[in-house]
Design a protein around this ligand. Structure first.
Ligand SMILES: NC(=O)c1ccc[n+]([C@@H]2O[C@H](COP(=O)([O-])OP(=O)(O)OC[C@H]3O[C@@H](n4cnc5c(N)ncnc54)[C@H](OP(=O)(O)O)[C@@H]3O)[C@@H](O)[C@H]2O)c1
Length: 272
């Protein structure tokens, strides 16, 4: 198996991990449908994908809008005739204590993009994925596996994803459609600096706190996602603070107060 002529939809491909993944797959000859809101950036990414040896279309898509997700899948099928892989990558995050939020609707916004955006794309792609016996790759976060005060809406959205796809995996197993959950640690995309603050505006987030911290490069994360997706792995963790990611669900079970203290210290140092 390779990505040669493999049809992949990638949401959130205008920057960061999604952009790097688009280049990784394009370099292997993939046929790509790229979705995000910033169409100019997306067109630039698609053009670069074509120079790397892949095919690519850019589709303006706000994943929180069901009709946009339907259009993203529809345009993919119109262009390439099938869908082999859906990568649910589009995401936003927050950095604020819950009680400090100016409006709790920020939590709705994060759930709409991170959770429902993935659900909508999956809904429209699923009939095509069943035909191709394809695959769904979900980009979640190690934040869901550690205890992360200051990110209530973000971790809730990623946790909702986990439960949803655990259930769906069993429903679609007989159709040959498989699912990988990626629990990523810090990736050097600037995501941590675009966190939405108590006012719902992009702030400096935790970028100061991460300065000097070893983060995985977007290109390395893209290679990891590409390889594990093709291998149809069930779950992939990346390390956090030098510890293997798979250890954290066990630590949460066995030493939740210890993890909570570390998370609280991180939040207090972040000054929110
Ligand atoms: N970087 C990390 O440390 C890290 C760690 C763990 C997990 N992750 C996850 O990785 C994913 C990608 O993050 P990243 O680090 O690559 O950040 P990023 O560079 O900010 O990329 C986020 C992408 O999501 C898109 N997006 C945001 N809202 C959208 C919407 N409503 N509709 C469609 N697309 C939307 C953005 O495009 P537009 O603005 O053009 O719409 C952008 O392409 C996220 O799901 C994040 O939770 C990141």
């Amino acid at each position: 198996m390779s990505y040669h002529r493999h049809v992949s939809i990638i949401t959130g491909a205008s920057s960061g991990i999604g952009e790097a993944l688009a280049y990784e797959l394009a370099g292997q000859g993939a046929y790509l449908a790229l979705g995000a809101r910033r169409i100019d950036q997306l067109e630039t990414v698609a053009a670069k994908c074509r120079t790397l040896g892949g095919k690519a279309i850019a589709v303006a898509c706000d994943v929180s809008q069901q009709a946009d997700c339907e259009r993203l899948v529809g345009q993919t099928v119109a262009e390439y005739g099938r869908v082999d892989t859906l990568v649910n990558n589009a995401g936003i995050t927050m950095w604020s204590r819950f009680a400090s939020l100016k409006d709790p609707a920020l939590i709705d916004q994060i759930m709409q993009v991170n959770f429902l955006g993935a659900v909508y794309c999956t809904y429209y792609a699923l009939p095509h994925l069943k035909q191709s016996r394809g695959h769904i790759a979900n980009i979640s976060s190690m934040a869901d596996k550690i205890i992360t005060p200051g990110s209530t809406g973000y971790v809730a959205s990623k946790h909702a994803m986990e439960s949803f796809y655990e259930s769906l995996r069993a429903e679609i197993a007989d159709d040959g459609v498989t699912i990988t959950m990626f629990y990523l640690g810090f990736i050097d995309t600037g995501f941590a600096g675009r966190m939405l603050d108590a006012e719902g505006k992009a702030s400096g987030g935790i970028s100061q706190q991460l300065a000097g911290t070893k983060q995985m490069s977007p290109a390395d994360s893209a290679r990891l996602i590409a390889t594990a997706t093709l291998a149809r792995r069930r779950t992939v963790y990346t390390p956090v603070s030098g510890l293997p990611g798979w250890l954290f669900p066990w630590l949460k079970l066995l030493a939740p107060r210890w993890l909570e203290r570390i998370g609280k210290r991180f939040m207090d140092e972040g000054g929110i």
